[in-house]
Ligand binder design. Structure first.
Ligand code: KIV
Length: 281
C-alpha cells in the first residue's frame, strides 16, 4: 500500500540528490514500527545499523552483533515496505575472514533479510571485499572516520582526522571508494572542515554523523533523535523529542491508575450478553 505521495528511494535517487544539491535524510532503525514511521515521515535512507548491539542489546560496543541479529532486524524493517532505501550493516567478522565469505554474507542480508544495499566499515583494508560485493550486484555504502568496529585498534570512540596524516588517509580512502563504486559514504566523527573537503572531492553523496553541516546528508540513530534513551549521547546528537519522559510519565500514570482501581474502566471492559447476565447473579 503506498504510504506517501513520493517514489521509492533507490541508489539512483540519491545520486540525483547530490547532483541537484538536495540534502539527504537518514536514520538508523531496527524494527517494523520505527521503519513504518520513518518512511511515512519521508526519510530517504533507513540503515539497519549494528549500533543495535548497544542500543537494543545493551552491549558496550558493536562487536558482538552477528549475522543472525542483522538478518532478523533487517527482516523487520523490510516487512514495513518503506519507501526509504533499506541499507543493512555488515557486522564485525562477517567480512573480515575472506572475500568469499564477505560476498556470501552480503548476499544473505539481501536474500534472507530483504536489504537493498549493505554498509561496511573501513577504507584501504576493505577495498577488495567491497569491490567483490559490488560485483555481486549489491550496492555498497562505505563508512569512514570513526569506524566503531575498529574500536580496539582506535583505542576508543575518538574524533578522527584531526591531524594531517589521518585526514589525508581518510580523503584518499574516500576517493578510492568512489572509484571502486560505493554509492554513498557515511562519515562519522570527523572535523566539519574535513567533511566539507571530502564532500567536494567525491561525486557520491556523503552522509554525516558528527561530520558537520557540509555533508550531502545526515544520519542519526532513531532512539537518540527521539530521546528514548537517557544514557550518554555524543555531542553530535540533537534530540528532537523527549520520548524517555513521555514514556516514563505514561508508565507512572498506568501504575497509579491500577492502584487507584481506575484502570480498567467500564470502557476498557467486556460485558455479558443480557441473557446470561441473570444466570451469573
Ligand atoms: O550502526 C549504526 O547505527 C551506524 C551509524 C552510526 C552510521 O553505523
Amino acid at each position: 500500500m503506498p504510504q506517501l505521495d513520493r517514489e521509492k528511494i533507490t541508489v539512483l535517487t540519491l545520486k540525483k540528490r547530490k547532483e541537484n544539491g538536495e540534502k539527504i535524510s537518514a536514520v538508523t532503525s531496527y524494527d517494523y514500527p520505527s521503519a513504518k514511521i520513518a518512511s511515512k515521515a519521508g526519510i530517504d535512507i533507513i540503515l539497519v545499523g549494528d549500533s543495535l548491539g548497544m542500543v537494543l542489546h545493551g552491549d558496550k560496543n558493536t562487536l558482538k552483533v552477528d549475522m543472525d541479529d542483522m538478518i532478523y532486524h533487517t527482516n523487520m524493517v523490510a516487512k514495513a515496505e518503506p519507501l526509504s532505501l533499506v541499507v543493512s550493516d555488515m557486522p564485525f567478522q562477517s567480512y573480515h575472514i575472506s572475500v568469499e565469505k564477505a560476498v556470501e554474507n552480503a548476499l544473505k542480508l539481501v536474500k534472507k533479510g530483504g536489504a537493498e544495499a549493505v554498509k561496511l566499515e573501513g577504507g584501504r583494508r576493505r577495498f577488495k571485499v567491497i569491490e567483490a560485493i559490488i560485483n555481486a550486484e549489491i550496492p555498497v555504502m562505505g563508512h569512514l572516520g570513526l569506524t566503531p568496529q575498529s574500536i580496539n585498534r582506535l583505542g576508543g570512540y575518538k574524533v578522527q582526522g584531526k591531524i594531517r596524516e589521518r585526514a589525508k588517509e581518510i580523503i584518499q580512502d574516500a576517493i578510492e571508494l568512489e572509484k571502486i563504486g560505493v554509492f554513498a559514504l557515511v562519515l562519522e566523527s570527523i572535523p566539519m572542515e574535513l567533511g566539507k573537503k571530502i564532500t567536494e572531492k567525491v561525486s557520491i553523496p556523503t552522509i554525516g554523523i558528527g561530520a558537520g553541516k557540509y555533508c550531502d546528508g545526515q544520519i542519526l540513530v532513531f532512539y537518540d533523535l527521539i530521546g528514548f534513551t537517557n544514557l550518554y549521547l555524543p555531542k553530535f546528537v540533537r534530540k528532537y523529542a523527549d520520548m524517555h519522559s513521555v514514556v516514563y510519565d505514561a508508565l507512572k500514570k498506568y501504575i497509579d491508575d491500577i492502584k487507584k482501581e481506575d484502570f480498567p474502566g467500564d470502557k476498557e471492559s467486556y460485558h455479558l450478553n443480557k441473557d446470561i447476565d441473570e444466570f451469573l447473579k
